[in-house]
Structures are given as C-alpha cells and as structure tokens.
Design a protein around this ligand. Structure first.
Ligand code: FES
Ligand code: FE
Length: 474
C-alpha cells in the first residue's frame, strides 16, 4: 500500500490517492480499523414494532439478529450458535419467540438466552456438567438508538452514540422526526453495485456539483424542477458532528409557504412546528434552506427531494435512508429504506412512496444516473496508473488553502456546525479526514468470550453470570 502516513496526509489535504476506491489492502484496513470501531446503523425500531419481531442485519461479515424480546426491549445479538457456529436465524425478518439452530437444535429465546439443548443430561451431564442458565447469544458490544434508529458498534469501548453523532442530530431530526411520534420505514430494498462504498457516502454528503450534469435528463423530462445549475449552487453544504449534507435555497416566503413549496400538506407543517426547535425552524423559515442529501460517517446516507409524481401535478416530498454496506473493495450492497412521518395522511404516505420509487431505489432514475459514474470510477481506480494519481477534491479551497467563500455566519444559517453557500467539497474532505483518522489508529486488543467451559484452566466468564443479558434499548 506504500507509505500510509503520506496517503492519509494527502487525503486530509483533499488530494485523494485514486487507488483507495479499489484496493484490497485499503479495504482490509477499513475492516480492521474503521468498521470494527465506528457506530453503524442496523435497523429502525419501526421495523420491529411488536414483541417477537426481528430482522437480520449485517455489519460487514457479521450477521446480527435485531429482535424485540418478550418484554418489549430491543436486543442485538450475534447470529452465531454457541455450539458449533451455525447461523441460528436464517430468515431475513419475521416474528419468533425462540430461535432454534438448524444444525443440532440448540434453542434460544428472543432475548438470546439458551433454553433448549437436546440430550442435555446424556451429552453434557445436565446442569451440573454445563449450566444453561446465563448462557446467551453474544450481544453486540455496544448498542444505542436515536429517534428509533438502532446503531451498533463492535467496539465495547466506543464513545456514546450521542457523542459520536454530535451536532448532526440537529439535522437528523428533519429526516427522522417530523412529528412527536417519529417516522416509520419501509424496506429495505437491497441490491449490489460494483462500486466502492465510499463513493456513495461522499456523493450524498456534499456533491451538489454533480446534480446539474449527471441528472440532466431527469430535469429535461420535467420530473424534477430543482437540479438546474443555478439552483444547486444557491444551496449550502453544512457539516456538524459526524455528518454533513446539502440543502436547496428556497424561494422567498414564510416558513409555511416554504414548506408548502416542497409539497408538505398543512397538517404536517403544523406538527413540524410543534416538533422542531426554534433554530431548526429558522433554518427553513428564516434562512430559506431545505435539507436535501446527507451522510453520517462512515456509510449511512439520507436523501430528501420533491419531484413531480404525476404530470401537471405539484411536487411531492420523499425521504430515503440508505446504507452503503461494503462487500469488497469494489462491491457494495445498497440497503435503501423509504421513510415517512408516522402521522402523515395515508394519501401522502402512498404518494411519497411513489415519489421515492421513481427517483431512488433499485429502479430510481437518479439512482441509475449515479451508479453509472460510481462503477466507472471504481473500475478505473483498480489499474496501475491510478496509483500515480491524486484526485483533486479541493473544491472551495484555493491553492494556498484559504477558502473561496467565507463560512456562513449565525445570522445567515441557524444550524450548528460550519456551512458554506455554493459548490465545494468541504464535506467530502470531512468524511475522508475521519476515514484517515480511523485507519491510522492501531487496533486494540479485544477479549474473547468462552461459554460453559475452560480455557487453560480458567472458566469462561463473560457470559456465565446467571440472568446476565445483552444491554437493551427500552
Ligand atoms: Fe447450533 Fe450445533 S451448531 S446446535
Ligand atoms: Fe445524484
């Protein structure tokens, strides 16, 4: 991989070694040092509303069961049988009080505790030989949630999710809390693209620049009125905490008029006014910026847009959440959810879903345009010439490092973090600088867990405290 510290320094300067978008060694380092430490989204609580509901999700190669146990608490458990390692739950989603391993039949409650072990007496000497009590599927090392979004970290010493997200929660509320009851999600649609995972995350974080070029045809057919060059450059990009995004500049008007402009019905606008803080409302109402796409480091993105669903009709907004799940250095599984306010009128939910499917999702028109670029970039990054090239990701920054335009002051933008009007690759640089920070840090020693047995004379400890359960989200 060559001189790693030079690579990270270049990335921080906005000069990106082109091969990082298709390099096996870089991907190995990302697995070891980034995805094993960062907070990663696994599911939304609305996907498992009832006792016994579960979904199976991955953190790279690790499969997890995200379940609502019989007491209503959310558990995230490593989907590997404690006996010989079979994947315990094979379905992608469902409802179950117990999971039985298909290999030899060990069974677990939906909170992870072992309840059944065939021939326990004959094969293990009963409770005296192997005490089932307290044994459970391995919990995800750290679990927490924000606005119903469940995140895990494989690092037991990870900073809290709140600390990790930081001020980005301010912007997260626009997507995931438009009324006191929050949102519901539909999906995910899943598909694979032959592109490196970082490209989507960077694109959604701050690439307003590609919209007028890449998505020209969508404007030409009249589906979308916004991505004209002059419109996009009037928006801003912001970065706060561990995430950042882009906005559109709205026409002059009151808060209500501006929310109506993107297609929200009055009853939803009323609930937004009751739910969002004074500053959150000021970003839209006073400053005139409407959130569009965004990314949370490392691989979670959002999009909020307002296309015309029917010819001659007005625009209608939709929100999508998507995860860029790395499969390899040149393949990504995209998981794409539709998000809508729980309290939205049924008609709005139906139309908004239609708007989402037209634009994003596996057959979405924007999606198709975007992926073509990302696949091409990934392919080109694999060759030997790419190892000689540093890509220029310095938009918004002059040769001497000074800014092309000054950051917005508090009277121009009421949100936290730093924001700039116009085109700039500020957020892509933020994202990749964090990437460099994680990859530079040496891995820590992780303790292993053993169950009901002895390793070099010591009894396994972590799981054999009776009644000790995975930490739960209430
Ligand atoms: Fe699961 Fe044997 S591997 S019961
Ligand atoms: Fe795009």
């Amino acid at each position: 991989m060559g001189d790693q510290s030079a690579m990270f320094e270049a990335v921080r300067e906005g000069m990106i070694p082109a091969h990082i978008y298709n390099d096996q060694d870089v991907f190995a380092l990302e697995k070891e040092r980034l995805f094993s430490r960062s907070w990663l989204f696994v599911a939304h609580e609305s996907e498992i509303p009832n006792v016994g509901d579960y979904v199976v999700r991955h953190v790279l190669d690790d499969s997890f069961i995200v379940s609502r146990d019989n007491t209503g608490e959310v558990r995230v458990m490593f989907n590997m049988c404690l006996h010989r390692g079979m994947q315990v739950c094979r379905a992608e989603m469902g409802n179950a009080s117990h999971f039985r391993c298909p290999y030899h039949g060990w069974s677990y409650r939906n909170d992870g505790r072992i309840v059944g072990l065939p021939f326990h007496q004959e094969a293990y000497g009963g409770e005296e030989g192997f005490a089932k009590k307290g044994q459970r599927l391995l919990p995800a090392p750290s679990v927490d949630s924000y606005n119903g979004m469940i995140f895990v970290s494989l690092d037991p010493a990870a900073p809290s999710l709140e600390e990790f997200l930081g001020d980005f929660t301010f912007y997260l509320d626009y997507y995931t809390k438009q009324s006191p009851d929050g949102v519901e999600v539909r999906g995910p649609q899943r598909w694979r693209v032959k592109a490196n995972w970082k490209i989507g995350a960077e694109n959604f974080a701050g690439d307003m620049y590609h919209t007028p070029q890449t998505h020209t045809s969508v404007v030409e057919i009249g589906l979308f009125r916004e991505p004209k060059a002059e419109k996009r450059k009037d928006g801003n990009t912001y970065w706060a905490g561990n995430g950042g995004g882009t906005t559109y500049k709205l026409p002059e008007g009151t808060l209500e008029e501006r929310l109506r402009y993107v297609g929200y019905p009055d009853e939803m606008i009323e609930r937004m006014k009751q739910t969002w803080s004074h500053e959150q409302l000021a970003v839209v109402g006073d400053n005139g910026f409407m959130i569009s796409a965004a990314s949370i480091f490392p691989n979670l993105s959002f999009v909020h847009n307002w296309p015309k669903v029917e010819d001659g009709e007005d625009v209608l907004p939709f929100i999508s959440l998507r995860q860029w799940q790395p499969i390899s250095e040149n393949e990504t599984e995209v998981l794409s959810w539709f998000i809508v306010d729980k309290n939205a009128p049924e008609e709005f939910k139906a139309q908004s879903y239609k708007a989402y499917l037209m634009c994003f999702g596996s057959t979405g028109m924007f999606e198709q345009d975007d992926v073509e670029n990302w696949v091409s970039l990934t392919n080109t990054a694999a060759g030997s010439m790419a190892r000689r090239l540093h890509l220029n990701s310095r938009m918004g920054m002059k040769m001497d490092g000074s800014e092309v335009v000054p950051a917005l002051g508090p009277d121009q933008f009421a949100g936290p973090g730093t924001a700039y009007v116009g085109y700039g690759e500020y957020n892509q640089r933020h994202l990749l600088s964090r990437w460099a920070d994680y990859l530079e840090r040496e891995p820590e020693q992780i303790d292993s867990v053993s169950i009901g047995g002895a390793i070099r004379g010591q009894l396994g400890t972590s799981c054999d405290t009776p009644g000790d359960l995975a930490p739960a989200i209430q």
